[in-house]
Structure formats: C-alpha cells, structure tokens
Design a protein around this ligand. Sequence first.
Ligand code: PNW
Length: 504
Amino acid sequence: MRMRKGFTRRGFAKAAGAAAVGATAAPLAGIAETPAGDRPNPAPGNATSFPQGFTWGVATSAFQIEGAVKEDGRGASIWDTYTHTPRKIRNGDNADVANDHYHRYRDDVKLMRDMGVRNYRFSIAWPRIFPDGIGQPNAKGLDFYRRLIDALLEAGIEPFPTLYHWDLPQALQDKGGWQSRDTAKAFADYAGYVAGRFSDRARNFFTVNEFYSFVDLGHRGAEMTVDGKKVRIEFAPGLKLSNAALNQARHHAVLAQGLSVQAIRASAKAGTKCGPADNLSTAVPAIETPENIRAAEIATREMNAGYLTVMLEGKYTDAYLANTGKDAPKFTDDELKIIASPVDFIGLNIYRPALYVVASEQARGFRPIPFNKSHPRMLSLWHVLGPEAMYWAPRHVQSLWKTREIYITESGCAANDEISASGNVDDSDRIMYLRNHLAHLHRAATEGVPVKGYFAWSLMDNFEWSDGFTSRFGLVHVDFKTQKRTPKLSAEYFRQAIANNAVV
Ligand code: PNW
C-alpha cells in the first residue's frame, strides 16, 4: 500500500479502523488509489464512516416469512413439497404460516421504519405470480407485491426485490425442474413479466439468489464434519444427481440468469438495474503476502467456475472443463454469450470463508488450509467464523472481474436468542459478528472496492430451511406462537450503524 504523506503505515492502519489488519497487503490490482481528500467518504472525525450514499438495508425471502401458502391462488413450490416430506426439516416444522408476513406486512414495514432502515431486499414468490410456473399471471399474487412495495415507498424504504429465492413452482419441478433447459426460459419469462410490472416502483432487481445453495445443495447435498460428527446439508428438491446431471443443472441455472437479464432489459423501464445475489466461495489468504493473495484469487476464481466465473467471463475455466471431463455440461457458444449478459451490479451473500489458502508450487497454485478443529463457529453447524471474508470477497470480485458495483446482499448469523425476564434479547454474539464483518467491509470501501451497500440477514427470525424455526437469524425476535416481534439488541446496533453510516 502506498503511504500518503503524513501517514505512517501504523498511523494509517489505525485511522482506517479496526479492519485494517492487513496493512502489508499489496496494492489492489485494477483499483486506483484515490487520494484521501478526493474520496466522497469519511464524515469528519469518524474514521469508520462508509461512503456517502451507502445503502443500508435488511433482507428476507418470501418462503421464509410469508406463510399463506394456499391463499389468493398461490401455486405450490418445491419447498412446500419438501417441508411436508417426513424427516426433512428439524422438528417437522413447515412454513405454512411462518411469520404470517402475507397478512402482517404493514406491521413489518413499520418495524423497519422504526429501525431506521431505508432499503429492503425481499423476494417475490414465483408461484404467487405464475402458480404453475408458466401461463397466465395471477392478479391476486401481483397485487400482494404491489401493496407491499407501495407500503415500503410510503415509509421511505427503497424496494430491492429478488426474483428467485429457491421457491420453484412444483409444476415446473414435475417437468424436470433445473434439470430442464425449459426452466431457464420459464424463469426469464417470469422475471421479465415481473420487472415489466414493477419497474415503475422498484429501480433495482436481484435475479437469482445463491446458485450453489439451490443447485448443489438441492440436487446433491453436502456432507461435512462438525465436532467429529458427520452432518448432511440438503435443500429442496432433495435430489442426489450424478455429476453429469448436476453440472447440467448448474448450467441451466446460469443460463436462467443470463436469459432473465435479457428479459428484464426488454421489458423494464429504462434505467432499471439488475444482477445476481450469489454466495460465492471465498478464499482468504491465511497470511497477507502478495503470493498468498494471488493464490486466494486463483482459488476463488476456480471455486466459482460453474457460477460467478462463467457469468462474468463467458467461459468455463480450463480447470473446470478438465475436472468435470466427460461429465462437463453440454453447452453452445451462444449460451455462453447469454450467460455473460452484462449486469449492473453483483450481490454477494457473505457468511464465512470457504477456505484459507497459502501459495503453493503445485499445479493449482494454492494450498487449502483446513479449518482447525478449534476454529470458532457461530450457531449454525456450517457457520465457521471468518470475518475476513467480508473484505476478501468483494476485493477478489473487483480485482478478478472489474465489477463496478457490489452490494453485500446478505450477512448475519444465527444465535441462541432468549427473551430475558425484563424483555430484552441481548445477542452479544450477533453484535460481535456484525461489527467485525462491517469493519472488514469498511476496509474494502476504504481501499476503493466499489461496495455500494450492505443488507443484514435478516430483518426478523424466520423459517430457516432445513433447520426450521430452531435457527434464529433475525435482528428482531419472533415468537412463532403469538407472532410477537421484539427487536433484539442487534437491531439497536444496526439502527446506530445506519444513523452514523459507520461501524459502531
Ligand atoms: C442463505 N451454507 O442460505 C440464504 O440466502 C438465506 O435464505 C438463509 O436463510 C441464510 O443464508 C442463512 O442460512 C445459506 O450451508 C444456506 O453454507 C446454507 C449455507 C449458507 C447460506
């Protein structure tokens, strides 16, 4: 890092805030250093301010909060089927009612307003709009989201709808789901239709949420060892495909992304912005030397070869094609062009690093460092703690692909929250988690990585997929028997972060 006049290396690190743990980092390829005086950035006297206009928000998804699964003509989704399959969800929970947000959305908008939240990322349930995935739109489904968006706008909250947060219409699953190329086309038709209807009210759309989660975890699942025990993570539709079939499903998912971008461009108001929200696998350099940083970049590019890399480069990497061999996806050059349709921003859901790496002479150029048995984790079994990912993920995305706008579309953790006798939910671990992740994001912003915003996952406790209601990710506590919402201490933390536009 080039030092500015009057700053010692240590002095600069201090000024840049708690996240500046890596003062020895090499200059960031492709990012020009902006002289401190020219930055739109820090509020005077506050070393941890985010750039002016930074977008602070909270996030949810339709299936996790709405309930009302049979109301107003909504069709069934693969998650309805999956949650009603015995032994799939912890405690046999289902999301038939969930947070009853379908009926309580006005209260939930008010909850956000009281927290000072000005931006809201929510998802639109495909089977509310097209109950069978394709065909005639359902006016009542559309009307729900129109009312929600209008309530948000009235409260001064900018809507950021996500078009696919995993609730595929069951009717499309019955015809092959993501194993069928037709699903990519159906998604684009739905995305274009919704953006056409709502781009008068919403300026930004996220297309697809977390490719790895719904494709790999839904069509293969993953095994991991936690505290010496084997744990299996699986999502709807709960398939275990062959390698060839899984790779083809991945290909259809990125094709859906590209086709949906084209459909949105064709039908939405001029100036409407869109892009995916992906949980890329992030490699963190275990020790910040230029060699290890390069190794982490290479590892990040290869780990995401089937998703972000092909979307942003328009090619499957040589290593991906070599590794998949005869099981490689079948594709055409034309499809690669569609997959790489230019997007306006990249959303990143960041919970943890995928791995730490150091440089290696081996062919791949990096050596993965396994997480030590004593490595700390948050409550979810998969949730190893590594706030550095919040710096390295956007930095790698920017240096690898020169992305102009990056949003952190999800960040948060589950905790063992309890309401105390005096009615407080004192979630010190979640506050620790948020502060450290924001500090690392602040480091990225300070170094010129174009991070435009941060959405906390989640506004409120909700249906956490296979973990059912046992895993609470909210800033607001929800009593699922009474539907009572109680802001946790972390909600106050987040309110202060927003009010100060800074790490607090
Ligand atoms: C994301 N993992 O899912 C989703 O986008 C949210 O809907 C979800 O509630 C949130 O994160 C918390 O889990 C993930 O196994 C699911 O590493 C699984 C993993 C990560 C994120």
